[in-house]
Design a protein around this ligand. Structure first.
Ligand SMILES: [Zn+2]
Length: 364
């Protein structure tokens, strides 16, 4: 096989992504930090650092003078050099956030969506919501794109919403394409839960792997981060965790099956029995742990966070007492570190990852 210019471009982009990943993880870094973390040669790192500095993505932040040897230039990421907008499309609401290159959320606003909203209504809400972000006009030149985390089932690879449960106007809608045309910005479309677990991976860094983000918000979904990367599955539809059956001959679910985790949970929640709803969710979580052997469980979603303590307690209890050999199969359970912003923020981080990082990989 002969090397082509495409390989060189890829390699350059890859090396750049490695350096950006270090910059995002460490507050400050030197050339030698990057060499140690990435295995790139000092010469290659110097070239990438020069290019990123010229692009304004990183900047010198002083000089370190070691006892012996030459002084070393210290660099840092320039957080306000680039931004991305993240959108969380739920059945009743649209949440928009503005996230900088370092992953800090600068603005967050939630607005109601019309009942059974159409694609056109969502596009209008996206545009007016983006226009309403304070200072947005000054940021236009530094906007990388818009990430949309949406309820599924959806096809991430082709940017299609297949059949959003409970929304009649969303059958095979090419949302990525029509949103790009409507907004005039690159758009990244993913399942809400996959966007959410990306945000958690950004915040936890390289040690974060084999994790799930469980979201309870109208429906129930699970976003997976396996072996240090987002897991979407063969058709990019992984995560329909709420539609796994926990009760044979149980109530009819919105997906057409009977006794799904989601409908059994929702019935309990609607009856005001949060303790039982939390217990149903916890059983589902244990099923997941038994299947995938996960190290981290992150709990999120508006309906769950409204009763955060009972849910956290039920899942922790089940993880410790229902998993055989829980002494050995230890799992960390926690609430999302970004609260209600986690999906939108993760969608924005996916856009930044795509342009300036290693897509779907945790920081080094
Ligand atoms: Zn179902």
């Amino acid at each position: 096989m002969t090397r082509t210019t495409a390989d060189v471009t890829f390699l350059r982009g890859y090396n750049q992504a490695l350096v950006m990943a270090v910059g995002r993880t460490a507050r400050t870094f030197e050339r030698s930090t990057v060499v140690g973390a990435t295995g790139l040669t000092p010469q290659a790192v110097s070239k990438v650092i020069a290019r990123l500095t010229a692009d304004g993505l990183i900047r010198p932040a002083g000089v370190r003078r070691p006892g012996i040897g030459k002084p070393a230039v210290v660099y840092e990421l320039v957080p306000d050099s680039r931004y991305a907008i993240g959108a969380h499309v739920a059945r009743r609401t649209l949440r928009l956030v503005l996230v900088d290159l370092a992953g800090t959320v600068h603005h967050s606003a939630v607005s109601p969506l019309p009942g059974d909203f159409t694609p056109e209504q969502l596009l209008d809400a996206l545009r007016s919501g983006i226009d309403a972000i304070p200072g947005i006009d000054d940021l236009r030149g530094r906007l990388t794109g818009v990430g949309i985390g949406m309820i599924g089932p959806l096809d991430h690879a082709h940017g299609l919403v297949r059949d959003a449960h409970g929304l009649r106007h969303w059958h095979d809608v090419p949302l990525r394409e029509i949103a790009e045309a409507h907004l005039g910005l690159p758009v990244h479309l993913d399942k809400d839960v996959t966007a959410g677990i990306t945000a958690e991976a950004w915040r936890h860094g390289g040690t974060f792997g084999d994790a799930v983000l469980i979201m309870v918000e109208s429906g129930i979904g699970g976003g997976f981060w396996l072996r240090g990367t987002a897991h979407r599955g063969a058709h990019t539809n992984a995560g329909e965790f709420g539609h796994t059956v926990v009760e044979l001959d149980g109530p009819l679910c919105v997906c057409g099956r009977h006794g799904c985790l989601e409908i059994v949970h929702n019935r309990a929640a609607e009856a005001g029995d949060i303790e039982r709803a939390a217990r149903v969710l916890a059983i589902g979580v244990v099923n997941l742990l038994q299947t995938l052997d996960l190290a981290h469980v992150v709990l999120a979603g508006a309906d769950l966070l409204r009763h955060a303590q009972p849910y956290l307690a039920a899942v922790e209890e089940a993880v410790h007492s229902d998993v055989p050999r829980a002494d050995w199969l230890s799992t960390d359970v926690r609430l999302s570190s970004l609260g209600a912003d986690v999906i939108a923020a993760g969608a924005a981080m996916q856009v930044l990852d795509k342009h300036f990082g290693l897509p779907d990989l945790a920081p080094l």
